[in-house]
Design a protein around this ligand. Structure first.
Ligand code: ATP
Ligand code: MG
Length: 490
């Protein structure tokens, strides 16, 4: 029975069978010899004995052959020990694996922190440079118009004036991107219908992208409104689309996608700069050449470009990055070399319904007036320029280089209709505080701010205070004229 049931488990089956057979044959032989007094079985017992003798010899031989194997057979205790050792090994291996994983996580985390610090440092540097540069450009872009006006009947000089103007425009473009990257541009976020904006962007992109690039839109029917500056978002989408176009010289497909997305804690752990929460996502994908993995962490840095000199300035993605971060969003890039790239913008959802785009405030003719304007600006170059500009528009001007001087003029009995002040001025008071103080002394005084970038004085959480009118530097005189009228009539 035993042999039959455990056939596959049993070692030395031959020996077992032999012993069993030996027992059976021996037993029958003994039974026969018990029957001797009654019947004659003499010959049969002899046969059995002979068989038994042969079997014993075979058995002994088998046992001898088995001996070396029996000697090395593990005992229960050795088996237990081996098993315990095995368990210990498994435990150690698991611990080592966990440690390696932990190291990898720490390493990835550190890399992210380093990258964030680097971006922060570059942001500070570019922000500072752009700010000072803006002041200089304000003077150039403003005065060049006067010059161009004066030389309009001398073609050669007029040409030069045009060149200066074009160069200054390029400079202004550059500083705008740098300010965007350093998260210091004045944003005017409002609840924005993302689908409408993407559709409009797609329409505007059509001629830019050319025949061989197909545009596909996959818009979520229920996409929530986002709290974002719509004109900056359009610029960001344009920058992404231009990159896509450059990555697909042979043609391909550009996909614009919108979707409501929730980023969870797990995602935020992997992407340290993302906050968990609900977002509206815009994804811009192309089927272009893609970005090598080794370069992927660099693409958001300002001036990083793989394009030829003159083809790319390396500021497109920097603008996108700075703008999205300043808007409390998150940006993520995926790319597969040879297959394509996707950039996903996660924008904060707006609480209310989308606001309608503000009515176009530009006026056809240059708006003039004869009111008195107090100009507060610390940079002498810019101050002289602004005074000249404002006078050209017909206004009377008073000028001060800091808050204290400004307050002295305000305390004078002379008529003042508008305070036009830089946001960042020396003398212990910023433009905002000066305006508040001035309003105490002259209730109802109108205020217009100007700034190269915004500081907390008038921007809270990346959004301009509700009652604030801001003219962003650098500006052309038409903007100046328009904003002064808007402020005076506010
Ligand atoms: N969709 C894309 N496909 C492939 N590479 C891309 C893509 N987008 C960006 N890149 C890479 O990232 C680099 C930086 O992009 P970014 O837009 O910041 O600057 P740029 O396009 O080179 O110049 P600019 O946008 O200022 O004209 C590009 O030079 C390119 O190598
Ligand atoms: Mg670009």
């Amino acid at each position: 029975m035993f042999l039959w049931r455990r056939w596959h488990d049993i070692m030395f089956r031959g020996v077992f069978i032999s012993i069993t057979s030996y027992g059976v044959v021996g037993g029958i032989g003994r039974l026969l010899s018990l029957a001797t007094p009654w019947i004659d079985v003499g010959a049969a017992t002899d046969v059995f004995d002979a068989v038994l003798a042969l079997m014993s010899v075979a058995l002994i031989a088998a046992l001898l052959k088995m001996l070396p194997q029996i000697l090395v057979l593990p005992t229960r205790i050795t088996l237990q020990k081996a098993y315990a050792q095995l368990e210990e090994e498994i435990r150690q291996r698991r611990a080592a694996e966990a440690m390696v994983q932990r190291f990898q996580e720490i390493e990835a985390n550190e890399a992210q922190v380093r990258q964030a610090q680097k971006m922060e440092a570059i942001g500070q540097l570019t922000g500072g440079v752009a700010h000072d540069f803006n002041n200089i450009l304000t003077v150039i872009t403003g005065t060049i118009e006067i010059l161009a006006d004066a030389v309009k009947d001398k073609p050669q000089l007029a040409g030069i004036a045009n060149m200066i103007s074009a160069a200054a425009d390029r400079g202004a473009d550059l500083t705008r991107h740098l300010l965007a990257f350093s998260r210091r541009q004045p944003l005017q976020p409002r609840a924005t219908d993302i689908n409408a904006l993407v559709v409009e962007a797609g329409r505007l992109l059509r001629p830019t992208l050319g025949e061989q690039i197909e545009i596909e839109s996959m818009l979520a029917y229920d996409s929530a409104p986002a709290l974002i500056d719509p004109s900056q978002l359009s610029t960001a989408i344009l920058n992404l689309a231009l990159n896509a176009r450059d990555a697909m010289p042979e043609g391909g497909k550009l996909t614009l996608e919108t979707k409501n997305v929730t980023l969870d804690d797990d995602y935020a752990q992997l992407n340290r700069d993302a906050k968990p929460g609900s977002y509206v996502m815009i994804a811009v994908s192309d089927t272009g050449q893609g970005i090598p993995a080794a370069l992927l962490h660099k693409v958001f840095e300002p001036f990083f470009t793989t394009k030829d000199v003159g083809k790319g300035s390396g500021l497109g993605l920097s603008m996108v990055y700075g703008f999205v971060k300043q808007s409390n969003g998150h940006v993520k890039i995926y790319s597969e070399e040879g297959h394509g790239t996707t950039v996903k913008l996660y924008l904060p959802r707006a609480a209310g319904a989308p606001e309608l785009p503000a009515a176009d405030t530009s006026r056809p003719a240059v708006a003039r007036g004869d009111e008195t304007i107090l100009i507060v600006e610390d940079d002498a170059l810019v101050r002289d320029y602004v005074v000249a500009q404002v006078r050209r528009l017909g206004y009377r001007t008073l000028a001060a280089s800091n808050a204290a001087e400004g307050l002295v003029l305000i305390d004078n009995p002379e008529r003042i209709d508008l305070l036009f002040t830089d946001v960042i001025i020396p003398g212990g008071m910023n433009g905002r505080q000066l305006a508040i103080e001035a309003a105490k002394r002259r209730p109802g005084l109108k205020v217009l701010y100007t700034s190269g970038y915004t500081e907390n004085a008038i921007v809270h959480h990346g959004r301009l205070d509700a009652d604030v009118l801001l003219l962003a530097k650098p500006y052309v005189s038409a903007d100046l004229a328009r904003m002064i009228r808007t402020a005076l009539e506010a």
